[in-house]
Design a protein around this ligand. Structure first.
Ligand SMILES: C[S@@+](CC[C@H](N)C(=O)[O-])C[C@H]1O[C@@H](n2cnc3c(N)ncnc32)[C@H](O)[C@@H]1O
Length: 365
């Protein structure tokens, strides 16, 4: 079920057939990808480990983007005994992850060892079946060990290459967006955490440029710093409200060669979804927030410098309308090749089998 405001529906309908789009949003992309940390490993050695583990990896877009197909959908029965998972947990369980205490909303009258269905909150649709491990929701730990899920995703986190920081799981459109920016010189990431785009920008520069990553969220920065350690990266991560970087870091004004703006959005392109709810005002408020970053990006850039503006949503307000705003500031649209066409491009699950994602490159004239 998709509870979207009228204006959001209208914007989606003007671009996609609505019902097929909703079906596509309930399904994962055709594959999941690992971006090889080429500062530590070669794509060949990562491919080799995946093959040893029984996967069939391939490199659809770039050598350093190694992908494995997602299997499914499989039939999942609704058993008499069940547990209810919150939206986030249900969306990972649907891909084969086990269910843990924080994502469990209800688990009544279970007997450890018995087979149960995992249902998504609100829709009560089964996303998996598995073995109950407890009789009630514990404070922490696993509640259901999943044995059969609607989809089966590769378990990248169990790889030795993951433990050794040789790979970072990243959506293909997100990686391609960074590649299209051609990071060099001084790169400022204004919405950096949990770090996917920063990490790739850093790797692509191979120690030649300088990257400064900003984010407002303490928790997300902590996660990013842990990931940086795993990957062996070394760049500055600063907690700040990026809407005021020009005032708080005046020494950066007019100095950046590249800026990444990847702001919060309505996330309609994030898949698979068990259901979703977004009001028109969520989209409008997101737009008002997004243009504040674009305004500051324009101040930070040198003349001729490039901005990547990307989102994981499909509305026009948060993508095309933000570009119009940017052009009003003096940005020019730059066409860069991507596997799905020239930028600006809206990658989408219906046409491309990838998560919904908007990639645009703009030049400060
Ligand atoms: C879509 S996520 C970024 C994902 C990231 N670029 C990546 O590729 O992993 C948006 C980020 O913007 C951050 N954010 C929200 N408001 C912000 C603000 N005022 N200043 C800086 N960062 C902000 C959020 O904390 C969140 O981490």
């Amino acid at each position: 079920m998709f509870w979207y405001g009228e204006k959001i529906l209208e914007e989606l309908r003007s671009q996609f057939p609505l019902q097929p789009l909703f079906e596509a949003l309930k399904t994962p992309g055709k594959h999941l990808c690992l971006r090889v940390n080429t500062l530590k490993a070669t794509p060949e050695e990562v491919m080799e480990e995946l093959e040893e583990k029984g996967y069939k990896p391939y490199q659809p877009y770039l050598p350093e983007l190694v992908c494995v197909k997602v299997e499914g959908p499989f039939e999942v029965p609704k058993l008499e005994k069940f547990v209810i998972a919150d939206k986030r947990a249900a969306e990972s369980v649907m891909m084969g992850a086990d269910l843990y205490a924080p994502g469990t909303l209800s688990a009544e009258g279970l007997r450890p060892g018995e087979e149960v269905s995992v249902l998504a909150e609100r829709t009560l649709e089964p996303v998996a079946t598995g073995k109950a491990l407890v009789s009630e929701i514990p404070k922490r730990g696993k509640v259901v060990e999943v044995t059969r899920s609607k989809f089966k995703a590769p378990k990248f986190r169990e790889l030795k290459a993951f433990e050794e920081g040789k790979v970072y799981p990243q959506g293909a459109p997100s990686a391609i967006a960074v590649k299209a920016l051609e990071p060099e010189g001084l790169v400022i990431d204004m919405n950096a955490a949990p770090g996917g785009k920063s990490f790739y920008a850093y790797e692509l520069m191979r120690g030649k440029g300088k990257l400064i990553a900003f984010d407002i969220s303490k928790k997300r920065i902590q996660k990013m710093v842990e990931e940086m350690r795993r990957l062996g990266h070394n760049f500055e991560v600063i907690r700040a409200d990026s809407r005021y970087l020009d005032l708080d870091f005046p020494e950066l004004v007019g100095k950046a060669d590249r800026v990444i703006v990847d702001p919060p959005c309505t996330a309609i392109g994030v898949i698979p979804k068990v259901w979703d709810e977004k009001k028109d005002e969520d989209m409008i408020n997101a737009y008002k927030y997004q243009i504040q970053f674009v305004k500051v990006a324009h101040k930070l850039l040198k003349k001729g410098g490039l901005m990547l503006y990307s989102t994981c949503t499909l509305t026009k307000t948060e993508n095309e309308k933000v570009l119009e705003f940017a052009q009003g500031l003096g940005f020019e649209i730059v066409e860069k090749e991507t596997p799905w066409g020239k930028t600006p491009i809206k990658v989408n699950p219906l046409e491309h089998g990838e998560p919904g994602f908007f990639i645009s490159i703009l030049k400060k004239a």
